[in-house]
Design a protein around this ligand. Structure first.
Ligand code: HSE
Length: 431
């Protein structure tokens, strides 16, 4: 039986400050929170003004001191980045501390090493805040849904890109303009690459897929494309064809095995993910026997993410009040890794926008080329014509990615095709 628990918090950014603020005001929350004390907070500089007042001596720049302090039971890592976060987590585990972290980059790359170390020491590593901000999705996968065979996960799990795509759709604006606005509003980082190039979503889908499919997913096998190529014109055409463009993170059980990918996708307007707007996130799971379950809510932001962090702290506190042994439902199971199915094997629908000289035979040539490569077209329309150039939009039925790419590569050599440009190739959610 544990009377009170001491927390060592590493990092006092937006999420760290919001976490401290919950822990310092336990009134009207779960009663167990009253037995949790923030003993130390590791920061870069002690003298900075903060949104939260800490008792004298709590703030320190000595992070190593926190993870080796015998008084501290749980280390909450909210620094972000790979190092020193990974090393501090591992050392804290070696020192017998339980870990709560929101660090998707560390968990997606070093999760296996961290869970193994935690197993050896008999401590918890809880990661609810690493995916989907405040949305509870990790724990449902570990517990309430764990008896299902998961067939697919479709997620909008990056708030920044969803904000950008939503704004581009509503205002008809271009990617670069909306990105600048998102940076001014503080949604997008000064270096936006992790979000707009899809890496943040790739980290998160790696974590979800590893949990859901009973195999260790390696991040370097996850195919990843961001949203830089999506133009206002594509969004407009997609709208006319009945789609919204979303950055989807997808993990799907295919005939040959598991496939995991992140890319902008045309989603039919009637699909539940099409209406997820702004910085919100959603995860749509399909499993047997449960069918489809969708989680929706704020995917980022200090308060929302802190809600997930403190719920992990509370869970550890609850489990430690019962007995000393680790609750198996709260452990991240470890599995052997296996090869993912490559993106070339993907069977999906495609959207492509093609610009070339407008002359007789263009559409006929294109249709024949796709047909020869076993690519069946759902529609081929000439949408615009300017200065002698035709703008043609093609939407396919389900086709093999390899065949579609092969057809695209052959188009410039076709007899009627001249001055060809293919500014966008996007995947359409499959039938
Ligand atoms: N940068 C992330 C997003 C939030 O835009 O969703 C933290 O995971």
């Amino acid at each position: 039986m544990v009377e009170s628990l001491k927390i060592g918090l590493l990092g006092l950014g937006t999420v760290g400050t919001a976490t401290a603020s919950i822990l310092l005001s336990p009134e009207s929350r779960h009663p167990l929170l009253k037995s949790i004390e923030i003993a130390k907070v590791g920061v870069k500089t002690v003298d900075k003004r903060r949104g939260v007042d800490f008792p004298e001596g709590v703030l320190t720049t000595d992070l190593e001191g926190i993870i080796s302090d015998p008084e501290i039971d749980i280390v909450v890592e909210l620094m972000g980045g790979l190092e020193p976060a990974r090393s501090l987590i591992l050392k804290a585990i070696t020192n017998g501390k339980h870990i709560v972290t929101a660090n998707k980059a560390v968990i997606s790359r070093y999760g296996e090493e961290i869970y193994r170390a935690a197993d050896t020491k008999g401590v918890y590593v809880l990661i609810e805040a690493a995916v989907g901000g405040g949305i509870p999705v990790i724990r449902p996968l570990q517990q309430a849904l764990s008896v299902n065979q998961i067939q697919s996960i479709l997620g909008i799990i990056n708030g920044t890109t969803n904000f950008i795509l939503t704004k581009m759709t509503a205002e008809g604006s271009d990617f670069a303009d909306v990105l600048t606005e998102a940076q001014e509003l503080g949604y997008a980082e000064a270096d936006p690459s992790a979000d707009v190039d899809g890496y943040d979503a790739a980290d998160k889908i790696t974590i979800l897929a590893t949990l859901a499919f009973g195999q260790q997913v390696n991040l370097d096998q996850v195919s990843c494309e961001g949203i830089r190529q999506v133009s206002a014109v594509d969004i407009q055409y997609a709208k006319q064809l009945g789609f919204e463009i979303k950055l989807l993170a997808i993990a799907q059980q295919e005939e040959k095995g598991l496939q995991v990918r992140v890319h902008p996708t045309l989603v039919p307007k009637s699909h539940p993910l099409a209406s997820i707007d702004g910085v919100n996130n959603a995860v749509l799971l399909e499993g047997d026997p449960i069918g489809q379950v969708m989680f929706y809510g704020p995917g980022a932001g200090g308060g929302a993410t802190a809600s997930a962090v403190v719920s992990d702290v509370l869970n550890i506190a609850a489990m430690l009040t019962t007995n000393g042994s680790v609750n198996p439902l709260m452990k991240i199971p470890q599995h052997p890794s296996s090869e993912l199915v490559s993106i070339a094997e993907l069977v999906t629908r495609f959207y492509a926008r093609i610009i070339c000289v407008d002359r007789p035979g263009v559409i006929g040539n294109l249709g024949t080329c796709f047909g020869k490569n076993d690519v069946s077209l759902e529609s081929i329309v000439q949408i615009d014509f300017q200065n002698g150039m035709a703008e043609i939009v093609v939407v396919t039925h389900n086709v093999k990615e390899e065949n579609f790419r092969q057809a695209l590569a052959q188009i410039p050599q076709l007899e009627a095709i001249d001055q060809i440009e293919i500014p966008s190739v996007l995947r359409v959610l499959r039938e």
